[in-house]
Design a protein around this ligand. Sequence first.
Ligand code: ZN
Length: 168
Amino acid sequence: MKVNISEIKNIHGAVLDFAGQQELTITEEKLGFQVINPIHVKGRVTNAATFYIVEIGLNFKYRGQCSRCLSDFEKKGKININVQFSENPLENEAEVVYKFSGDELDITEAIREYIWLEFPIKLLCKTDCQGIGLRHKEDLVEPTNSQFEKLRGLFQEERGVNNGKSNE
Ligand SMILES: [Zn+2]
C-alpha cells in the first residue's frame, strides 16, 4: 500500500490521515499461521522536516493452530506500528527508518515486517487455553458425571429405592 504525501510534503508539522486495505501473503506453514486478507489499514503521517513519522494501525484476521490444545482457530489481530520514512536516512540510525523517494511512502514492507515481529511464537486459541488434558476433563468427564448423578437421583426417586429410609 502506498500513501501519497504530496499535500504535506513541504509543510513542517503537517499531518495526513489515510486508510485502506492491504493484501499480503503471510504464512508460517509449520505453525499453521496464516493472515487472512485483506488487512485493514488506518494511519497518520506527520511531516517532521527531515523525515516523516508514520503511525499505522492494522486490523486483520488470522488462522492458526493452538500450541496447547492443537485445535485450529481463527482470531482477530491488531497491531500498532510507529515507523519513520526518510529520503536520506542516516547510516547507523537508532530507529528503523525506511527510505523513499518522490511523493509516495510504500508501507507494504513495514506492514509485513511488523506482523512477523508481533505474531507470537506460540499460538494460542485463547490466552487461558488449558491444553488437551484439561479441556478433555472439563468438556467430557465433569458434565458426564454430574448428569449421571442427576439421572441416578431421578431413577432412585421413581423406583422408591429400598435404602432403609421411609419413602412416603
Ligand atoms: Zn487451545
